[in-house]
Design a binder for this molecule. Sequence first.
Ligand SMILES: NC(=O)c1ccc[n+]([C@@H]2O[C@H](COP(=O)([O-])OP(=O)(O)OC[C@H]3O[C@@H](n4cnc5c(N)ncnc54)[C@H](O)[C@@H]3O)[C@@H](O)[C@H]2O)c1
Length: 438
Amino acid sequence: MKLSIIGSGYVGLTTGACFAEAGHHVLCVDSDAEKVNSLKAGEIPIFEPGLEALVKKNVAARRLGFTTSTEEGVDHGEVLFIAVPTPPLEDGSVDLSYMEKVAREIAQHLSSYRVIVDKSTVPVRTGEQVARTIREHARPGVEFDVVSNPEFLREGSAVADLMKPDRIVIGGNSDRALALMQKIYEPFMAPVLVTDINSAELIKHAANSFLALKISYINALAEICEVSGADVKKVAEGIGADRRIGRGFLNAGLGYGGSCFPKDIAAFIAISEQCGQPFELLKEVQRINDRQLNRFLDGIREALGTMTGKKVAVWGLSFKPHTDDVRASVAVELVERLVAEGALVSAYDPKAMSKVQELPVAAKIRLAASALDAAKDADVLVLATEWPEFASADLEALRSTMNSPLIFDGRNLLDPLAVRDFGFQYRGIGRGNVAERG
Ligand SMILES: NC(=O)c1ccc[n+]([C@@H]2O[C@H](COP(=O)([O-])OP(=O)(O)OC[C@H]3O[C@@H](n4cnc5c(N)ncnc54)[C@H](O)[C@@H]3O)[C@@H](O)[C@H]2O)c1
């Protein structure tokens, strides 16, 4: 099938590449000319495992192309996926101006039947709004349908998630559009859930909110573990083994960040308030999340006496491992707050260094060449993103390069007993006194 994706960022580009891999002919549209030019030149603007090979393979097979022209996109695809940003406004509600702009652009070029798919994460009832905008700006009589098809991929494993999804959610009320959508997803052999548009839109916010709830739940438990001498990792294992609960998203740490969870939880709270049914539970989820970084920084400050002039090594800057995405990264916020308190920060990330260089904080820290280099002469090592390579660090070399043997592990990645054997003092999140117990 001929498909167009409007907005070729983390979601759009990866989705486009996977659709092409499934045999569709895909045109990826993006208004960022620099991005499109680099894609045309064979450069992939983001890091996502397996993406580069997939893009190159499908470009070579002439199933994947790039353009800045929405008109070309509308002309090419029988189905048009919108994957543009839906950032938060000051009050937490969703800025739908990108969606609206694309809807108007599509409308202007519509000349025959098209299915327009909201792939971006949008508030319930946005599909109705998009349909109204298109109707208003399209030439009279032109046929189209709007469908909701929320995306559940995880950055860091987006290609695998798209190629083998747990489920596909398609919300729509036109048989013609639903039949085309089902055909697109046939090669993926995944369970398809067909709903009305509003339910599909709500499923996305409800899913992300539930995952955030699990994270805040385990983080709140971690606080209890800390004061009661229990180990939150064991507690997570114990409750996660129950199939009704599941082990996923029960990792205590610095809290959730990234371009989705914080904005989606804020959006769902705003949506619930707009509907007159305030979702109070989610406000507590947010509060617990906000507390995590404060508590962690309090611990570091207390251990060092003061932050001023202290050398702090930070391992990990991306918002999670296996991605270069630093948008709303808790690790970056941690660095900013350390710098604001007068600490001298050396930081390293396996993939995100070039994205960090674009941030204002980059000018105020030392960007190290390796994890060990970041730790040179450090008074404390802070682990902020759980990249696997940090778990297998050479602890002997680390011990001898640091000024003081102190580790704050914000992701509970390291083995407290192993690091203690190398003479380190270790502080994780909710690990009770594991390192002392031996
Ligand atoms: N990143 C994720 O993990 C993820 C997962 C699921 C859902 N989502 C949702 O998907 C949407 C996109 O997220 P993303 O992370 O891919 O964002 P992104 O910023 O990486 O990509 C968006 C792209 O849209 C382009 N764009 C903006 N306006 C445009 C226009 N008028 N015409 C053409 N292109 C335009 C931008 O240049 C950018 O390349 C958001 O709603 C997000 O919440 C994201």
